[in-house]
Design a protein around this ligand. Sequence first.
Ligand SMILES: [Zn+2]
Length: 115
Amino acid sequence: MSKKTGTIRVEALDEPGRYRVESWSNRKAAHLVDIFALRGNGECSCTDYKTRCFPNWKKNRETQGTESAAKLIRPYLLSGKAKANPNRTICKHIHAANWRYLLDIKPAIYEELHR
Ligand SMILES: [Zn+2]
């Protein structure tokens, strides 16, 4: 993350829904994210995802107990200033990639709605 601007680089890869997301702590490192994996929950290569988010997703998948299914949005995941939900099923990298995807498709959706 850029200390100066507080921004994270999110780079789209060749396959739809796949992104390289800059590490918060090391600007030279990155995590691989697939936002469509696990029925749209998303997957990430980071430690938080593997040790916390994925086990939570596995535990709750029968009840669809994901943050998105519960309609809960946690924008702090991008700023990292508040405490993270211990029941989260997505890490901050998936959160950032979801946001990138939304920003990329919104203009096309707008055009479709206003034809
Ligand atoms: Zn991650």
